[in-house]
Design a protein around this ligand. Structure first.
Ligand SMILES: NC(=O)NCCC(=O)O
Length: 384
């Protein structure tokens, strides 16, 4: 059932499992239990009034003698389109700005230090259509477009780092498009940008019609609240992509996404969680919600009939920690804000126990991969 009838895995487990078994199932599916955050009543009221889900959890770390706890609150925002996809472009962007502004107000009440929105948050996920206008009109300058200026105001007002994944129009390089995340410091300054390194060619995700693979490598942004990186959507299927953000020192890797139930839902709970474990860092997986309908039919090249919708975006945003614990997901059906309190000291603590950075054979992998990508490479296979 890849559609919205089913609210969430968590709700289903709570409903059907006796408490003792539920505890064991959760131990395996979610790791060590995260503490529920006591969020301000004003924030809960505002979320209820604004018709979005608000949940909060904390990951604990052991006390250290020499380092103070490095506690940071992240906010993950998932949302549906407030207006139909065929509404004029400027109206849609403005409605999304207003929606996000109200959710970020609540994030501020909850003490969020770093907020991240979903992939291409200012627009419908129209790449399935392969049409250019009007969808390319949603593209903006990453440095000083209206959405970046809007996020700069939010960042300054709330003393919050803002990660804003959007469709970038790069005027300095021939007006080309990129799938980009802009990182804005809590001072309001644009710290920089990260581009989507892996572009899907699967199902209706026809994004390669619009933009190429990112050319900025794996930047890590040093913020007042920790070192962060952005691995955009389809990059989560690539373990080496996660690894390189971690090699550059990311404590937290955000994964703003747009993906649908029929395609990826069974992979969703595993991939970001595994990346947190493998790289001794926190990961934040964010997905959009709902169904988006487009004016013209499109085909998927799979023999199915032409259709006007992409499928169901199943939300389920969550945060995973290096010790294999994770928060429950937000629902599959509603807009939501997930607040997670992270003690970043946990990253090094788990590193010291499991030693993946020490035992990883990066030099050997680098040598063998350098050979494997050569045109005359012969796979190392031993035969009788
Ligand atoms: N937005 C995007 O890259 N989606 C591709 C499908 C997936 O990665 O689940």
């Amino acid at each position: 059932m890849a559609e919205p009838e089913w609210e969430s895995l968590e709700q289903c487990l709570e409903k059907h499992l006796p408490p003792a078994e539920l505890r064991e199932v959760k131990r395996l599916l979610y790791g060590k239990e995260t503490r529920k955050l006591d969020l301000p009543s004003g924030a809960l009221e505002s979320a209820a009034k604004g018709d979005f889900e608000l949940q909060g959890y904390a990951f604990e770390a052991a006390e250290e003698q020499l380092r103070a706890p490095r506690v940071v609150r992240v906010g993950l925002v998932q949302n549906r389109l407030p207006l139909p996809a065929d509404t004029p472009v400027a109206k849609q962007v403005s409605a999304l700005h207003r929606r996000i502004e109200s959710i970020v107000e609540v994030a501020a009440m909850c003490g969020v230090n770093i907020v991240c929105f979903q992939e291409a948050w200012t627009m419908p996920f129209a790449f399935c259509t392969r049409e250019k206008l009007p969808w390319t009109e949603f593209a903006e300058s990453a440095e000083d477009g209206p959405t970046t200026r809007f996020c700069q105001k939010l960042a300054k007002k709330h003393n919050m780092v803002v990660v804003s994944p959007m469709l970038e129009r790069d005027a300095a390089h021939g007006d080309v498009l990129w799938n980009t995340a802009v990182v804005i410091s809590n001072s309001g300054a644009v710290l920089g940008k990260s581009r989507k390194n892996h572009i899907p060619r699967v199902g209706d995700f026809n994004e390669s019609t619009y933009y190429m693979e990112g050319n900025l490598g794996h930047p890590v942004f040093h913020t007042q609240f920790g070192s962060i990186a952005v691995n955009i959507c389809y990059g989560r299927h690539h373990p080496l992509n996660w690894l390189l953000y971690s090699v550059n020192g990311a404590d937290i890797i955000f994964n703003p996404s747009a993906t649908i139930g029929a395609l990826s839902e069974s992979m969703w709970p595993i991939e970001a969680r595994n990346a947190a474990i493998a790289n001794h860092c926190f990961t934040c997986a964010i997905n959009r919600v709902g169904k988006e309908y487009f004016p013209n039919e499109f085909t998927s090249g799979d023999g199915r009939k032409a259709h006007k919708d992409f499928g169901y975006f199943y939300g389920s945003s969550y945060v995973a920690a290096p010790d294999s614990s994770r928060t429950p997901g937000l629902s599959r059906t509603r807009d939501g804000l997930l607040v997670a309190e992270l003690n970043l000291n946990l990253c090094r603590q788990v590193n010291d126990v499991w030693n993946f950075k020490m035992t990883g054979r990066y030099d050997m992998y680098a040598r063998e991969l350098a050979e494997a990508v050569k045109p005359d490479y012969r796979p190392h296979v031993v035969r009788e």
